[in-house]
Design a binder for this molecule. Structure first.
Ligand code: GLN
Length: 487
């Protein structure tokens, strides 16, 4: 089996058993990237030399029996909004230009300690704002299943890299769906953990109360293996939870007997793309055949989730992005007259249109006179959404629904109709507003051959249940094993 076909866990095992070395695996991967990335544009930065040096050291430690993690020697790609010491972290924005952080994000530090090899930084929507990876300063990423289509976003580079075989696994970030939706569009598996399960230290903030880092990989087992490494309390992030948990990977047994599953009701399915609805229903049926009990429910307050999300996310973004002013990081305009003009010119030239739109919207909803009418109201809706999920979880173990209403759209189409693009986040943003763990699992293809994703959402900190449902499905299906042919 070539490394392209291997999952992260399989590759880690092969390296441990001596079938191939970490350096050989890396060289094969960089060869694949060289052949493929001109068509896909999944990476903003590659770290070949550093990766080879790291792989040599890790290989020596593996041979000395000093590294036990399933990820030892396994290459991993990192979304470009996660800080990597000395390695450009641009958030796909001109304003962060050549910004090279002086520290690693906690997740990066943990992956390195486990022996994973950082191979490069993946493309994304600027500052993670978007659903297509078209707002990147570095040009759009293409969907490996059809290069005329978007890979989804904002973690489109990470999802496309895994789908095209340019990465074995990757990290993404998810504020309103940015791990799950590109995973769905690219036919890979992505997981957004419970808010606070994974440290955000070193993640460049978009909307701090919603952001979470999580894995994008070839299957649920790989997601669990990565989560085992990155999850946990971090003294550098006060919102991380101090929770003991068993190994997520070791807990995967595929047993869903008696599990109570709430399937999105037929009423909501009718507005969807027919192929997506059919695939998601078939996904639920497979779990039912494996012993789960499936019942239809309405998703709580579904008509209010998009307005609440876009108000809260933009409000927090406008505050978080105030720090990019040309003084401390990255790009500074060369053309200014005095300090105020320096800020203005730098931000006008440095941010792209989508980011500017969010800053304007966020500043508006936070401004006096509108704060109560919009921001406060959105926070109240957020609370109601959380409560109504709690009610569902008093009767059910999991919720199953689509990740997105359609498969990947054509490149260039979505940004022409931004409202439609925002509305397509309808199934993903709730999990962020309520802080819930949510998984995207490949569950079939539409008539044009584009992948469809099913979403499994669980109660807070029920990662094991969510992952196990996905694993149960992957034990009896092979959608996640099909690979895109890029040429
Ligand atoms: N599409 C959503 C947005 O633009 C979600 C992005 C994300 O999860 N980072 O805000």
């Amino acid at each position: 089996m070539g490394i392209e076909e291997m999952t992260a866990v399989e590759l880690g095992r092969a390296i441990k058993e001596g079938t191939l070395t970490a350096v050989e695996a890396l060289e094969a991967l960089f060869e694949k990237i060289e052949q493929t990335d001109t068509h896909i544009n999944a990476y903003i930065t590659l770290a070949r030399e550093d990766a080879i040096t790291a792989a040599r050291k890790v290989q020596a430690k593996i041979e000395a029996g000093e590294l036990a993690s399933p990820l030892a020697g396994v290459p991993i790609a990192i979304k470009d909004n996660i800080c990597t010491h000395g390695l450009k972290t641009s958030c796909a924005s001109k304003i962060l230009g050549d910004f090279a952080p002086v520290y690693n994000a906690t997740v990066v530090e943990k992956l390195k300690d486990a022996g994973a090899i950082i191979i490069g930084k993946t493309n994304m929507d600027e500052f993670a704002m978007g659903s297509t990876t078209e707002t990147s300063f570095y040009g759009p990423t293409k969907n490996p299943w059809n290069t005329n289509k978007v890979p989804g976003g904002s973690s489109g580079g990470s999802a496309a890299a895994v789908a095209s075989g340019e990465a074995v696994c990757a990290l993404g970030s998810d504020t309103g769906g940015s791990i799950r939706q590109p995973s769905s569009y690219c036919g890979v598996t992505g997981f957004k953990p419970t808010y606070g399960a994974v440290s955000r230290f070193g993640l460049v903030a978009y909307a701090s109360s919603l952001d979470q880092i999580g894995p994008i990989a070839k299957d649920v087992r790989d997601c669990a293996a990565i989560l085992d490494v990155i999850a946990g309390k971090d003294k550098m992030d006060g919102t991380t939870l101090d929770i003991e948990h068993p190994s997520y990977l070791a807990s995967l047994n595929g047993d869903v007997k008696g599990m109570k599953i709430a399937l999105l009701s037929e009423r909501h399915m009718t507005g969807l793309d027919g192929d997506v609805a059919a695939c998601v229903k078939a996904f639920a049926k497979t779990l039912e055949d494996a012993g789960a009990v499936v019942e239809e429910v309405d998703l709580p307050l579904i008509d209010y989730v998009i307005p609440a999300y876009y108000i809260i996310a933009a409000a927090e973004a406008s505050s978080n992005l105030a720090r990019f002013d040309g003084i401390k990081y990255g790009f500074r305009s060369g053309d200014y007259d005095g300090i105020t003009d320096l800020y203005n010119a730098t931000r006008s030239e440095g941010f792209g249109d989508e980011t500017k739109k969010r800053i304007l919207l966020g500043s508006f909803v936070l401004s006096s006179g509108y704060y109560d009418a919009y921001y406060q109201k959105a926070l109240k809706v957020k609370n109601l959404i959380k409560n109504s999920f709690d009610e569902i979880y008093s009767k059910f173990d999991l919720i199953v629904c689509p990740v997105a209403p359609t498969t990947a759209p054509e490149l260039g189409k979505s940004l022409q109709d931004p409202l439609q693009m925002y509305l397509s986040d309808v199934f993903t943003v709730s999990a962020n507003l309520a802080g819930l763990p949510a998984l995207s699992v490949p569950c079939g293809f539409d008539k044009s051959g584009m992948p469809v994703g099913a979403q499994v959402i669980g109660q807070r900190l029920q990662e094991t249940k969510v992952l196990n449902a996905g694993h149960a499905y992957q034990m009896v299906t092979d959608h996640h094993k099909r690979t895109a042919e890029v040429n």
